[in-house]
Ligand binder design. Structure first.
Ligand code: NAD
Length: 356
């Protein structure tokens, strides 16, 4: 088990990661004054563990599973349930679940009585390597993702691979999307991924999760509020991935991150920013997880979603791409050039699929 400290202007977090992190936490935590937020899937799998750890009578809000729960309706329901359970300012909200539970419970914790303690217990691969660390909380509103949110650091994060045993393969793929993103930003993670025989091996994942969390914590410590460009590097693969996700849906967020990375690598390669073996290896890492990269017919329409990305400066599309090992670069493109390069990438893929 490894403890990683994250110190920020607004508060400090300790992230306990690795095998045994949950049982160590379960033995040491105060059982009074906790309010649990989870979702129906997680509760059906882990109700015994939750009840045994926090007590039969610990108040709990169980949300329906899925992104649609990340709404103002459920945010207010959590706050109302906390009030009914007579939660005081010194209470602790415990978020047990994936990124959806973590984001909404984090927001509720930041708002209730102007802020109460928050502990994140992420149970998906994506939430362990990404969303539970760094203090971004949110709900979606009027079809805009993460429109209402705060920066609010959890006092503790417990990232234990124990929970990953019940994750369906698709959710593992989703988390691997973010892990490969970290590989494109961090030379040590890249080398582990490149040499891994099986990217889904539980021992391999347990080890690499800690590396990803360490990377994210270092980035957040230097740019908590996403202001100086450092945290923006975590957006690698997301400009295009997110635009395609908004337009096409159906696949998971992490799968779109992989697709976004694949297409954006084409841009990086065309610009000569990412090349040679490094480029080839990153492409092959992506295709080890996602066997077939989709080709989209409505590329131009789908990519208009990238224009509205809040991270774009001066009407240009900002794309964060891998440069040399362990370093990323930002490429700024006019919309037309962006569409034309990605259409070209789609045509290359189509031709390759035609031959195979
Ligand atoms: P999720 O929370 O919807 O979980 C995915 C599915 O897995 C759900 O059906 C859930 O019930 C189920 N599940 C959770 N744990 C399980 C377990 N141990 N075993 C079996 N099933 C389990 O999705 P996610 O991918 O974890 O998170 C996506 C969300 O995270 C999005 O809303 C996204 O916006 C957000 N996010 C936030 C940040 C951030 O910095 N705050 C970063 C990235 C993503």
């Amino acid at each position: 088990m490894t403890d990683i400290e994250l110190k920020t202007q607004s508060g400090d977090s300790v992230i306990h990661c690795g095998e045994g992190a949950f049982s160590a936490y379960a033995h040491g935590h105060a059982s009074r004054g906790v309010f649990i937020v989870t979702d129906a899937n997680v509760f059906s799998l882990y109700s015994d563990l939750i009840r045994k750890t926090f007590g039969e009578k610990a108040p709990i809000k169980i949300l329906p599973a899925g992104e649609t729960s990340k709404s103002t309706r459920y945010l207010l329901e959590i706050i109302q349930a906390m009030l009914e359970a007579d939660m005081k300012r010194g209470c602790t909200v415990i978020a047990i679940g994936g990124g959806v539970v973590g984001d909404i419970a984090g927001l509720a914790a930041s708002l209730y009585m102007r802020g109460v303690n928050l502990v994140q217990i992420p149970t998906t691969l994506l939430s362990q390597v990404d969303s539970s660390v760094g203090g971004k909380t949110a709900v979606d509103f009027k079809n805009v993702k993460n429109l209402i949110g705060t920066f609010y650091q959890p006092v503790e994060v417990i990232a234990d691979p124990l929970f990953l045993e019940t994750l369906p393969p698709r959710e593992i793929r989703c988390g691997l999307g973010e892990i490969i993103k970290y590989g494109a930003l961090n030379a040590e993670i890249y080398s582990k991924l490149k040499n891994a025989e099986d990217l889904t091996n539980p021992h391999f994942l347990a080890d690499v999760i800690t590396d990803c969390i360490r990377h994210k914590a270092e980035v957040v410590a230097r740019d908590e509020h996403d202001l100086n460009g450092i945290r923006k590097t975590l957006n690698l693969g997301h400009t295009t991935g997110h635009a395609l996700e908004l337009y096409y849906g159906r696949k998971s967020h992490g799968e779109f991150v992989l697709i976004g990375m694949y297409y954006e690598l084409y841009i990086a390669h065309s610009y000569g920013v990412c090349k040679g073996n490094y480029y080839e290896n990153l492409i092959s890492l992506i295709t080890r997880v996602l066997k077939k990269i989709p080709v989209y017919e409505d590329m131009e329409k789908a990519l208009t979603n990238a224009v509205h990305d809040k991270k774009n400066p001066d009407g240009k599309i900002s794309v964060i791409v891998p440069g040399i090992e362990g370093k990323s670069a930002e490429i700024l493109l006019d919309f037309n050039e962006y569409v034309s390069l990605l259409t070209e990438c789609g045509n290359v893929l189509k031709e390759a699929y035609g031959k195979s």
